[in-house]
Ligand binder design. Structure first.
Ligand SMILES: Cc1cc2nc3c(=O)[nH]c(=O)nc-3n(C[C@H](O)[C@H](O)[C@H](O)COP(=O)(O)O)c2cc1C
Length: 144
């Protein structure tokens, strides 16, 4: 199984989730490419991946960051195998705006899975949310 973990992170929280996902996928024997959006060179062929894990933070009253919008354009089509994760903070607008960019990407890609939403850093008690979410995604992968 070949996976892409593509993420956008300014202050490191979404990156931590991405690294957690990477470690777990490698642990179960998947081949994983990491891609830091806005930093790494464009991906040559996105269709080579069995699964794409797409991570973003949320910005500016529930907005999707511009770099993430550019990446969506760079992908250029709607792969069916995208699972979305992200980091946010309920101090910026409560539950209504919490990780809203995750919801928007889930809807845009018509993702099979609910988005994973983490409050700030995943370190500590939220790690189990990543684990449970990843297990749900991977259960579908095995069943496919
Ligand atoms: C100006 C500003 C606006 C923000 N707006 C939101 C928001 O609308 N919803 C949300 O869930 N988090 C919001 N956040 C919180 C970030 O999404 C959160 O800190 C996230 O963990 C940052 O991810 P990163 O460390 O990967 O960059 C905002 C943060 C800043 C600085």
């Amino acid at each position: 199984m070949r996976c892409l973990v593509a993420y956008l992170s300014y202050s490191g929280n979404t990156e931590e989730i991405a690294q957690w996902i990477e470690a777990h996928l490698k642990h179960i024997g998947a081949k994983v490419d990491m891609h830091e959006i806005g930093i790494d060179l464009p991906i040559q062929d996105i269709s080579q991946y069995d699964y794409i894990f797409l991570g973003t933070f949320t910005w500016d009253m529930g907005s999707t960051p511009d770099e993430m919008k550019d990446f969506v354009l760079e992908i250029g089509y709607k792969p069916k195998n995208i699972a979305v994760f992200g980091s946010g903070d309920t101090q910026f607008g409560g539950d209504a705006l919490f990780c809203k960019a995750v919801d928007k990407l889930v809807t845009f890609y018509n993702s099979k899975w609910d988005g994973l939403k983490i409050e700030q850093s995943p370190r500590g008690h939220q790690e189990k949310h990543i684990k449970n979410w990843l297990e749900r995604v991977l259960a579908d992968v095995k069943a496919a």
